[in-house]
Design a protein. Structure first.
Lengths: 360, 79, 526
């Protein structure tokens, strides 16, 4: 009798848990529409082979370098762990998280996130952190970057955060109930549309150009972690025309790199060498590179990585080649499809759902 | 001294339709509302010269006509 | 710490575990510590006022009791009897009265100063300085729960004065009675004799009691989060724009407002009572299906019952039997006749009580008007009651269920209409009364105006269904049986699905946390 009752309680608990799990799967955002950034972090865990180069950072990392190009032309295996508005603290914890899976030889860190120590929009935190597997790193990453009004428990049970989506559920919520489509190419966010760079608002003067202490703290921690693990760290600034990368900022990074003997690659100063044409190589008027720009940046970066940092050419490895050929095929297919659509319509339907999409 | 007659008369005056004599729970059955209790107390004070202190105005003392009579007798004795 | 917050649930969970792990004699000190912690979480400074009230009422109650005991001993010692005894006792009573009044003035004075200073300054400004509105207003924060704990503590003092209860000698035990954390925020206002002993009892873990408490809390969360907070935006829009939302919208606004108020207040009290029940403590009920009332008087016997009980016991009856009332009654009897003599104390006490009720709810003339409007309707109904009774005994159909339903609807309507005084000036209220009966235009119902209420169709469906559920629960409580106990008496799987369903409804349909808005995501900044 007692056993029967216990069994009933256990069964009820299982049904309750299953119901909550199902609701969570249904209600969390799927990020398969115009905004795909929420899927980046989790996609990393689907990688089948290790990487020699790991690239960390915000959009300046994931929109400006193409790992497929790095492979195809130099045999470099790389992956971008980047997210929208990924803070330095989040880059640090994502690096630690990645080190549990593999040990890259080189880490490229996009330093544009130095300008912002605190998160400005909770949505970015969720998109960056929700995809992380549970670990001490995830917990610490949440605690390091959560905003006011964000609760740890809402990360533990995302249903608490996203429950209000019940009223706006759509087909994608059923289609991608349990798994997600691959939205990046080894962490690279592909755009094959073109919008030439125009004029930008004048540089706004700032009262203080000094990066915040918290940003430096995590830059230090990334550097120290790389030292401990024997990883070469490269600081990288993408060739984005806007927002402005102030000279004062640039100097601080240069000083930092000098002080610790790090390489600092500022692509802004190499625009001519790289061969970027801002009337062709950007999809949003000079903020981010499109696929053509990203490929150019990769062709500039590849030789640097190989010559200066000795990143190996792995094209001789049959198993790796098979993995990367599949990646390249997917990459080419999407690039081609975007190109065709852009040629036909003059825009990409998926990314111009509404005004904000079109004007960015 | 017995106040029953006078009491019933006062009660009839306040509400002529209610059945006070048989009801054993005037408050609970809402035969006597708090408004009517106040009028009753005022009338008792004026007609019988017995003032009921506020701490005695509790449901237990106004349950039925008999109980109210007991209260009045007790108060009259204390005077 | 809000009652509806992760923090409160966490606090409660930790406290619950500690409470049942600790030996009995540490249980009530734990509750006191938790209550202090809870209070401090709302700001450290306000606790000064809570401590002042606690200590003064505790000390004065002890004084009162000591005076009573000493007087009794003196009577025995001196062998007083008859007239001498009465004279002695009267003298003691006078002294006791002074102590009581000192305590009341101090505590109500504190409440008055903290709550009504700006109201007072505003009126001074209007009267003497032309109401520039720039007056020297103060920005004191009202200490959490001061309107509730002041009433509870003074009620205790008065009860000791009347020798209804014995004074509590232990300050810490008494402090727990005043500050007990679930109820300090919004009541219910307990009486010492019904609560104090319960608080300090030692208890063993009893799952049957705890699950009732949890269920009660869940139901409270449902009312608050699913119903009240979902309709709140629409209520705010209508209430704040009376000139725009007329005719049918007055009706919609009224129903929406009452739904929100009912769900929010009774839901909050459900959470409070449920939380107390987790610790085996039964707080007094504050509502008894108020919207089943067939008259406004009945409504006020069923709505916010502990406040009304307090006002009845400590204001209404004492004022009606006060010397002033008796004089008034005598004078009225002499000049206007027997009926007037009988009514004078009632009118005097009613107006006093409703003035206080009004001003207690909020420091503004609107609330005074609201209180007096209630008072007027209640007194008029009282005067009409003989007529009404004759009407009912003449027509048999007044005994039908349909007529009862009509009365319930009428009570609801009357209460709603009186509520408007809380928000608007007289002219707006009366123009709204006009508009709701004569200004109804069917086309108002659709289009932009309806959309501007800010609720989607899905929101309205949720609100409607939750209103239906609350209505059904109200009906099920009609025979006085506990719905919770009936749910727990269901066969296992049915019980599971009822409770789990309610839980999921709160979890998914509740309005809490940051809403999800896909358009929040603006690209160009990252």
């Amino acid at each position: 009798m007692r056993g029967k009752k216990l069994g009933g309680v256990l069964l009820a608990a299982a049904v309750a848990a299953a119901g909550l799990w199902g609701l969570t799967c249904l209600l969390v955002p799927k990020y398969t529409g115009r905004v795909v950034e929420g899927n980046f972090t989790a996609e990393y865990y689907r990688e089948e082979s290790p990487h020699d180069v790991l690239i960390l950072g915000d959009c300046e990392a994931y929109e400006n370098i193409s790992p497929v190009t790095l492979w195809r032309e130099y045999g470099i295996t790389s992956y971008i762990r980047g997210n929208a508005q990924q803070l330095m603290s989040q880059s640090y914890y994502l690096l630690k998280d990645a080190l549990r899976e593999e040990k890259p030889e080189t880490v490229i860190l996009s330093i544009s996130a130095m300008q912002q120590a605190e998160q400005s929009n909770e949505t970015y935190n969720r998109m960056t952190l929700d995809g992380m597997r549970w670990s001490r790193e995830k917990l610490e990453a949440i605690l390091a970057s959560r905003m006011e009004g964000e609760h740890l428990i809402e990360y533990v049970f995302p249903l608490l955060r996203f429950h209000s989506r019940w009223a706006e559920l759509g087909g994608e919520d059923l289609t991608w109930f349990a798994d997600r489509p691959l939205v990046t190419h080894s962490g690279y966010y592909m755009r094959a549309d073109v919008r030439p760079a125009g004029t930008f608002p004048a540089e706004r003067r700032r009262s203080n150009y000094e990066f915040e202490e918290k940003a430096y703290e995590y830059l230090d921690r990334i550097r120290e972690l790389c030292e401990e693990e024997g990883i070469a760290l490269i600081l990288f600034k993408a060739p984005s025309l806007y927002p402005v990368w102030y000279d004062q900022w640039d100097m601080q990074i240069e000083e930092y790199a000098k002080a610790y003997g790090l390489a600092y690659l500022n692509a802004l100063e190499e625009i001519d060498v790289i061969g970027i044409d801002f009337s062709e190589d950007t999809y949003d008027g000079g903020l981010h590179m499109n696929v053509y720009g990203a490929e150019k940046v990769s062709r500039w970066l590849g030789p640097v990585l190989q010559k200066q940092f000795g990143v190996p050419d792995r094209r001789g490895d049959a198993a790796l080649s098979a993995v990367w050929e599949a990646k390249a095929a997917r990459y080419d297919a999407e690039k081609q499809s975007q190109e065709e659509e852009f040629a036909r319509l003059g825009y990409l339907t998926r990314f111009s759902g509404d005004e904000t999409g079109a004007s960015d | 001294m017995n106040y029953r007659e006078e009491l019933l008369e006062i009660l009839q005056d306040i509400n002529s339709e209610a059945d006070y004599e048989t009801c054993q729970d005037l408050i609970g059955e809402e035969v006597l509302t708090s408004f009517e209790m106040v009028m009753l107390v005022a009338e008792i004070s004026q007609q019988l010269g017995i003032s009921i202190p506020p701490d005695q105005i509790v449901p237990e003392n106004f349950r039925s006509v008999d109980v109210i009579c007991e209260l009045l007798e007790r108060l009259a004795e204390e005077e | 710490m809000l009652l509806v917050s992760y923090e409160f649930l966490f606090f409660l969970a930790v406290l619950l575990a500690l409470y049942y792990l600790l030996p009995g004699r540490f249980q009530w000190p734990l509750l006191l510590a938790a209550s202090v912690l809870f209070y401090l979480s709302g700001g450290a400074f306000a606790i000064v006022f809570l401590i002042t009230t606690t200590v003064t009422t505790w000390f004065l109650a002890l004084r009162l009791e000591a005076m009573t005991e000493r007087a009794a001993a003196r009577v025995k010692e001196l062998g007083l009897s008859g007239g001498e005894k009465r004279a002695f006792q009267a003298a003691v009573k006078q002294k006791k009265k002074r102590v009581l009044i000192a305590g009341l003035i101090l505590n109500f004075g504190l409440l008055a100063v903290l709550k009504y200073t700006n109201f007072f300054l505003g009126n001074v400004d209007v009267l003497f300085f032309g109401g520039s509105g720039e007056g020297p207003y103060v920005d004191w924060l009202l200490p959490l729960g001061i309107s509730y704990y002041t009433f509870q503590a003074t009620g205790y003092l008065i009860d000791v004065y009347h020798k209804k209860i014995h004074a509590q000698k232990n300050l810490a035990r008494y402090a727990l009675f005043v500050s007990f954390f679930p109820q300090i925020v919004q009541g219910p206002i307990s009486r010492f004799d019904e609560l104090a002993a319960q608080l300090t009892e030692s208890r063993r873990f009893d799952w049957l009691t705890i699950r009732l408490g949890l269920m009660r809390m869940l139901w409270g969360f449902f009312k608050k989060l699913v119903a009240a907070d979902r309709i709140a935006p629409a209520v705010a829009v209508i209430v704040q724009n009376p000139d725009q939302y007329q005719g049918i919208y007055v009706w919609i606004g009224m129903f929406a407002y009452m739904l929100q108020m009912f769900a929010d207040f009774t839901g909050g009290i459900d959470i409070v009572i449920g939380a107390a029940q987790l610790f085996g403590i039964r707080l007094p009920e504050n509502f008894n299906r108020p919207f089943s009332s067939r008259s406004l008087a009945e409504f006020w016997r069923r709505w916010h019952m502990t406040l009304m009980r307090w006002l009845r016991e400590y204001i209404f009856f004492p004022v009606s039997t006060s010397r002033a009332s008796q004089k008034l009654s005598g004078a009225a009897r002499r000049f206007l006749g027997k009926g007037a003599g009988r009514r004078a104390p009632l009118y005097f006490a009613s107006v006093t009580v409703w003035l206080i009720t009004g001003i207690w709810h909020g420091a503004s003339w609107n609330f005074v008007a609201w209180g007096l409007a209630n008072c007027a309707v209640l007194l008029i109904s009282q005067e009409c009651s003989p007529l009404y009774r004759r009407f009912c005994s003449r027509f048999a159909w007044t005994a039908s269920r349909g007529y009862a339903a009509f009365e319930v609807a009428r009570t609801y309507l009357v209460f709603c209409m009186i509520e408007m005084f809380e928000y608007y000036s007289f002219d707006v209220v009366f123009s709204m009364f006009g508009s709701m009966f004569f200004g109804i235009r069917p086309w108002q119902f659709s289009g932009e105006l309806a959309a501007s209420l800010g609720l989607s169709a899905a929101d309205w469906i949720v609100v409607g269904l939750s209103a239906l559920l609350m209505f059904a629960v109200g009906l099920a409580q009609r025979d006085g049986r506990s719905v919770r106990e009936r749910i727990f008496a269901l066969p296992g799987w049915q019980r599971f699905f009822v409770i789990y369903g309610l839980f999921l409804a709160v979890l998914v349909l509740g309005v809490y946390g940051q809403g999800y808005d896909a358009s929040q995501f603006i690209y160009n900044q990252f």
